[in-house]
Design a protein around this ligand. Structure first.
Ligand code: SF4
Length: 365
């Protein structure tokens, strides 16, 4: 069979076939990659609404809670790893929204990130010294000897042994790996550290150690954190200001003490009602606010107030028609919330929160 013979790998036809197969394979990979990029772009465009997130130096601003990948995208945009599609990013008094790659490089020295998963965020094939020292190398800081000294110093500061310099990540526990991630984030003395759920993958006892370490390091290194968490007890422990987000939009932002004692948004109220109380009898006496319905797709969020399909205070004709803007609470411009019918006081129980909002009753009665 001539065709079969000609299609042998060494023959001319065989080479042509091999080249064609290679081109088809490459085109497929390219299409798949482009599709993934487009999907990601679409997701980012849909999820990333223009917002204002102000963090003062040495503060710990907290986002709680949101949608995991959305938050990651946000932080990636904050760090300018993705191009923002709208809004403005100001860092340390300077607008960095459209800085090019080379202008962004020195700015990136001031921003670092601690990742959620201490297992996936460390390269298993590199030694600890190389992982922690990589930012120094990327930014061309110091000689090899200086870098080694700095890395060993940082390992000691985060509670590891400087002799761990030559070990691999698999030789450490989850908490120790997160300490390595923290050392890597601090090695170039950043001003801002974005902590993306840094303790959610750890045991409770280890969580406390890492949180206390982060608090101590903030004092020692004069750091500002944007700390992302789902756990409101963690939020309370580490934050100065809190921003609550729902489906990619901020719904309430306030100083920690204001948010915990005077929540205004029904979603914040529902979250706070779910925080466990250490006293069993007080915990049994409290009625938790249980939200009904599924979380809508962030790709196709509900119109107007995004929380309206699940809100216990929903008012037809208002909440599903007018989108509430972030407005300041009376007498406290620092406490802002996006709701037409905010909670009159906190705590409220399930029955009270579902009663007709006072503002709505006054307008319609
Ligand atoms: S605007 Fe309406 S639906 Fe939205 S949170 Fe407020 S009360 Fe609920």
């Amino acid at each position: 069979m001539p065709l079969a013979d000609d299609s042998r790998p060494g023959s001319e036809l065989g080479q042509l076939l091999a080249a064609a197969v290679e081109r088809i394979g490459a085109a497929r990979i390219e299409c798949a990659a482009r599709r993934r990029m487009e999907q990601r772009g679409r997701l980012a465009r849909n999820l990333l609404q223009p917002r204002r997130r102000d963090v003062e130096p040495r503060q710990r601003a907290q986002q709680a809670p949101g949608v995991g990948h959305l938050r990651l995208h946000e932080e990636v945009v904050d760090l300018r790893l993705l191009e923002p599609t709208g809004g403005k990013i100001t860092f340390d008094g300077r607008e960095i929204t459209h800085l090019n790659r080379s202008d962004m490089r020195p700015v990136r020295r001031d921003m670092m990130m601690v990742f959620q998963d201490p297992y996936a965020s460390l390269n298993a094939r590199k030694r600890v010294g190389s992982i922690v020292g990589e930012p120094l190398e990327v930014h061309g800081i110091g000689t090899e000897q200086d870098r080694k000294r700095r890395v060993q110093e940082l390992l000691e500061i985060v509670g590891l042994n400087p002799e761990h310099y030559n070990r691999f990540p698999h030789e450490f526990s989850g908490g120790q790996r997160q300490r390595i991630g923290i050392a890597r984030a601090l090695v170039i003395n950043p001003k801002l550290v974005i902590c993306d759920e840094p303790v959610s993958a750890l045991d409770v006892s280890v969580q406390a150690q890492i949180l206390n370490l982060l608090k101590d390091l903030q004092q020692d290194f004069d750091l500002t954190y944007i700390f992302i968490a789902h756990d409101l007890s963690v939020v309370r422990h580490v934050s100065d200001r809190v921003m609550v987000m729902y489906l990619g939009k901020p719904v309430e932002t306030a100083a920690k003490q204001d948010l915990y004692t005077d929540a205004k948004h029904p979603y914040t109220g529902a979250l706070l009602s779910a925080v466990p109380i250490a006293d069993p009898s007080a915990g049994r006496a409290r009625k938790q606010i249980v939200l009904t319905g599924d979380v809508p797709s962030p790709l196709n969020p509900p119109a107007a107030c995004r929380f309206h399909p699940r809100c216990p205070r929903f008012v037809d004709g208002k909440c599903n028609v007018d989108e509430p803007e972030l407005t300041a609470a009376s007498g406290n411009p620092d406490h802002r919330f996006a709701c037409h019918f905010p909670l009159e006081r906190w705590p409220m129980d399930e029955d009270e929160i579902r009663r007709k909002p006072a503002a709505y009753a006054a307008a319609t009665d």
